[in-house]
Design a protein around this ligand. Structure first.
Ligand code: CA
Length: 413
């Protein structure tokens, strides 16, 4: 779990589903001094922050940076993800079956955690499955060493220095030794991949042995996740959302997380369940999202969806958590059809979309190969001008439309 890190990169690296292209930049450093001198400054800061000399010695003595960690931090995927490519890799039949079995095996514990923190067991097991494949992949890096490497590197130095300080606090409180503190290359730790700051604020010693152990103790693992979710507004009497069907005349300006309406209002606007039936009658609000645009699935998401996004800001991740939880509970696969011609775009194709949009007078932001909100807004403006469905989704079709319009413009000039 991270709020500020790009967790997607961590996941993609672990699952090895992407063809990665390594884009190495020259290492740059926050300080002109070498690593050992820099580390002396960290030791002084740690002692000044009240961390014991024993912890500073055990964790930071003789520490060396890890070159591989800097490489991983600079890696850029060649392909973007589509909703389907992400979902197919994260919610597999094997994972659903295993999740159901593990939920049954851990039912008494999960029920106790639910009674205390109000998070339904199926969601806790879904997070567990997506974060570490149920505790199987928790990361083999020394967290202190990885965080020191990233804190020394200039790219996100302040963020990782804060993580490093919190990691030292966790060792200092006696929850784990420096040697046993293992995690991802970016410092995500344990069975639910908490970063140190999240651990410090939300990890729980649920079995009461005096240690917050998110690596090896399931009561602590589940209670820590539930405590975090409860703190960010999880509602134990609501689900995450549901797949819906949008009407042909749907106003695409309404499809975003900020536009919240009552279920009754969405029903009046023509939104229906995926099978075409009426939406449920419940006094809650939700937002409509379509992560693959108008040719992909649409979802009506409730407040708990925002809590999942606080855990990890990726919309694809959040839908995967919700969908896996549904599948654990026995619901079926999504109803939306997959289209054979819809493939993931390459980064260079997103760059081309951005460049073409700019050449046509739209403002997609920097041509960086990443389709952020500014690029999506520019796609939408282009679609509107070209009389296309204005869903703002940068697809293969949008790229082809842009090429066509740009070519016409060049001919006209
Ligand atoms: Ca414990």
């Amino acid at each position: 779990m991270t709020v500020q890190l790009n967790r997607w990169k961590t996941w993609a690296g672990a699952a090895a589903v992407l063809v990665m292209s390594l884009t190495m930049a020259m290492p740059t450093h926050a300080q002109t001094s070498d690593f050992a001198t820099w580390l002396d400054g960290v030791k002084r800061d740690a002692l000044a922050a009240g961390i014991s000399q024993a912890t500073v010695d055990s964790a930071l003595s003789g520490l060396e940076p890890i070159e591989r960690v800097v490489e991983l931090d600079r890696k850029q995927p060649e392909f973007t993800q589509t909703f389907w490519s992400y979902l197919d890799n994260s919610v597999t039949t094997g994972r659903i079956e295993r999740a159901r079995r593990l939920l049954a095996e851990n039912r008494p514990l999960l029920d106790r955690v639910q009674a205390r923190y109000g998070v339904q067991p199926r969601f806790l097991v879904a997070f567990w499955g997506l974060e570490s494949n149920f505790g199987e992949h928790t990361g083999g890096y020394s967290v202190i060493q990885a965080l020191a490497t990233l804190a020394y590197d200039a790219r996100r130095a302040a963020f990782f220095r804060a993580q490093l300080m919190d990691a030292l606090k966790i060792i200092d409180e006696g929850s784990i030794t420096a040697a046993d503190m293992r995690g991802s290359w970016a410092g995500a730790m344990g069975q639910l991949q908490f970063i140190p700051t999240t651990f410090v604020n939300y990890a729980v010693d649920f079995d009461g042995d005096g240690r917050r152990d998110i690596w090896g103790n399931l009561p602590d693992v589940f209670a820590s996740a539930a405590n975090f979710l409860g703190a960010v507004g999880w509602r134990g009497d609501e689900t995450w959302g549901r797949e819906v069907r949008l009407p042909a005349e749907f106003d695409w300006d309404l499809a975003n997380l900020k536009t919240r309406k009552s279920i009754a209002d969405w029903q009046r606007l023509g939104v229906r369940r995926a099978d075409g039936g009426d939406l449920p009658v419940a006094d809650i609000t939700g937002a409509v999202i379509a992560p693959m645009g108008h040719r992909g699935p649409a979802f009506l998401v409730y407040g708990n969806f925002d809590a999942i996004l606080t855990w990890n800001r990726s919309i694809l991740y959040a839908v995967a958590v919700g969908h896996l939880a549904d599948r654990i509970a026995g619901l079926g696969p999504l109803g939306a059809k997959r289209l054979a011609d819809e493939r993931p775009l390459r980064r260079v194709e997103i760059e081309e979309i951005q460049t073409l949009l700019a050449s046509l007078g739209f403002d997609p932001g920097e041509a960086d190969g990443m389709a952020g909100s500014q690029t999506q807004a520019a796609v939408k403006a282009f679609q509107r001008q070209a009389n296309l469905v204005p869903d703002g989704y940068p697809s293969v079709a949008v790229l082809e439309d842009l090429r066509r319009v740009a070519a016409q413009k060049a001919t006209a000039n």
